[in-house]
Write a protein that binds this ligand. Sequence first.
Ligand code: ADP
Ligand code: ZN
Ligand code: ZN
Length: 758
Amino acid sequence: MIARVAIDLALDRLFDYEVPESLREKLAVGQLLSVPFGHREARGFAVEIGEDASSSGRALKPISAIVEETPFFSPAIIALVRRIAAYTAAPLESVLRAALPAAVLKRNARAKEMLFVEPVAIDSLAQGAALVQGLTTRQRWLYEQIVRLDGGWMAGLCSELKTTNTSIRALAEKGFVEIVSRAKRRNPLARRRVVPSRPLALNGEQAAALASIKSLCDAAQLGARARRPLPQEALPQGVAPPPSALLLHGVTGSGKTEVYLQAIAAQLEKGRGAIVLVPEIALTPQTVQRFASRFGDRVAVLHSALSDGERYDEWHRIRRGDAHVVVGPRSAVFAPVANLGLIVVDEEHEPSYKQEDNPRYNARDVAVLRGSIEGAAVVLGSATPSLESWLNAQRGKYARVTMMKRAGAGSLPDVRIVNMAMEPGCPIFSGVLLDAIRLRLDRGEQTILFLNRRGWARSVNCEKCGHVVTCPACDLPYTYHRADNCLRCHVCGGWAPTPERCPSCGSSNITFRGMGTQRVEAALAKCFPRASILRMDADSTSRRHSHDDILSAFRRGDAQILLGTQMIAKGLDFPNVTLVGVLNADSSLNMPDFRAAERTFQLLAQVSGRAGRAELPGEVVVQSLDPSAPAIVAAARGDYAGFAARELKDRAESFFPPYCHLAIVGFRSQDIKTVSRWSDMYAQSFMAFARRNASLGMHVSEAVPSALEKADGWHRWQIVLRARSAAAIISAWRWILACRPPPGNLRVAIDMDAQNLV
Ligand code: ADP
Ligand code: ZN
Ligand code: ZN
């Protein structure tokens, strides 16, 4: 009997070990093992267990020990991880690492046992009266207090009741309380007051959506039972979408979340669990609270702001089966929920579901794959679905349900497009927007303003010689930050003092061009001196809870205007907001990316969704230099289907996703010659491969500098590969990498289904 083990050294292969007699009974896939490796001991996960099939007859080293008997990965998750590794060309151990929060393996993240005091129940009044006789007045008082509080942690009781360990131990000796050692749960929701909520009566659209999801859940479960177990050796065949996904296309405020809640409740009743993925940025306390309010302690939360201890405890609560509903960002797709019935991917179009480091998986696709492996239904929800999912629905690979009406009070807002080219003097705010803000201030309503750039000014320019002050590590213009009067690079985070004179010609005629949130904030304060304004961007939210604090302050009505970057575009629900202003709708349209129009549409639709969510009607003002751009016009009309049809036609004609798979091969080096020479060589090799395998229909671009040509001192070049089959691209990649191993001063990586072309 042998075990195949993945060892955490990024070697991208499995190592075979003999299973000693003593471990045969206990050994299971997914366990953490200790194995001899070279001259030392290493840790690794058991990925496969089987007979020794090799006929080589060489002696294998035996496994030294099982570190923990309860497996960290179920066989289904192991199968999932192997498919991801094959699909993304990432080392298996890197996918295993991504699938398990690091804190879970940290010894010191384990909860310390603490003393807990429990009052001993006294059966009858008479017995109680007799017993209490044996206590002093002070002890009797103490006992009554502990009963009133229903016990508590020793340390907490001592400080709350102003008493000592010794006094409580004395009570324990007389049998009135018991002192036990217990691990205290580090609860990420402890700071919040969770008010239980009850299911709402659904409207017609919601009821229909719920019914479809429920029947999908049943079908998925049956389908999984009928299917044969997955073959152990997964071929890199791409993520084949099973029929167990449903696209829930519902406008903002159509009540998707309520549908998710009731669909999950139905699964819980059947003894099955659920995972809800939300974009990290939308993982606000408000979102988490809606799930906690409905499901209480059965909810576990996994997100990046948790402490190691909280993450450790939440993960173990899931694995033990104490929590059945997991809410978290992309990595929560790997949560060890047993008997999984449903995975919800909210805002499924969000690019943040794609991990930008190894392994470069897209949690939305992983969810669909996990659903098909485990017999769980997958619901992809969005007001503006990705074109990938939209096409899958059109082709019948996914079911589709549409919700066009707002569920609660409120209707969809009116959207006005303002042509900024017609406004005299390049102002920040158009006359229309200023009037609209003034009206809201008069009526005591709130306004949200959206701008895609933080800081003060986009660039610092010399008016005399035209010099633009740039970050030396990235060759990109610095952004001026007025709060601390310095220049910051938004790519590498580096900074420099603001020069008094032009570093190139010495002129003192230095100006700041373009606008960032800080500059808009100052301009707003000038226009509306009596309004109070909150700003939310990466600079104002760097402290741990500042994000929550700003949103709660705005919700309470402490400010009339909230100004922010894309952080404020998503998942927020403010009843008193009746105006949303988009200051520069073109900024995302002019990105050198085939998804620029799609992103602009999504952004405008999401931002507009913030207006008029309660009884008050909403208005949206979109400022643009290019007011007739199709993405802007369609977004203003709320015409997703029309936009998608037009955009899909373009994509089909130009052979871009979703009609093909697109991968970027990225090259990075600190030496510019190495980067350009090697990327060129790779491009030639890919082209040769494509010619030799013409039936694959592979398109290979020239090697070119990335849009972000230099970052943090690294020069970056890229090749774009397109083909109908992702597996074809990966096999070309593996072949070329083997033929031409890159030198030590060059990093090469492939990004399958890349989200950004920069
Ligand atoms: P979405 O997730 O689609 O953006 P939400 O679930 O946040 O929409 O719902 C928007 C608002 O409508 C929320 O305030 C919610 O409480 C309310 N709502 C949802 N469903 C109903 C319903 N059936 N009846 C009344 N109000 C509802
Ligand atoms: Zn100059
Ligand atoms: Zn920089």
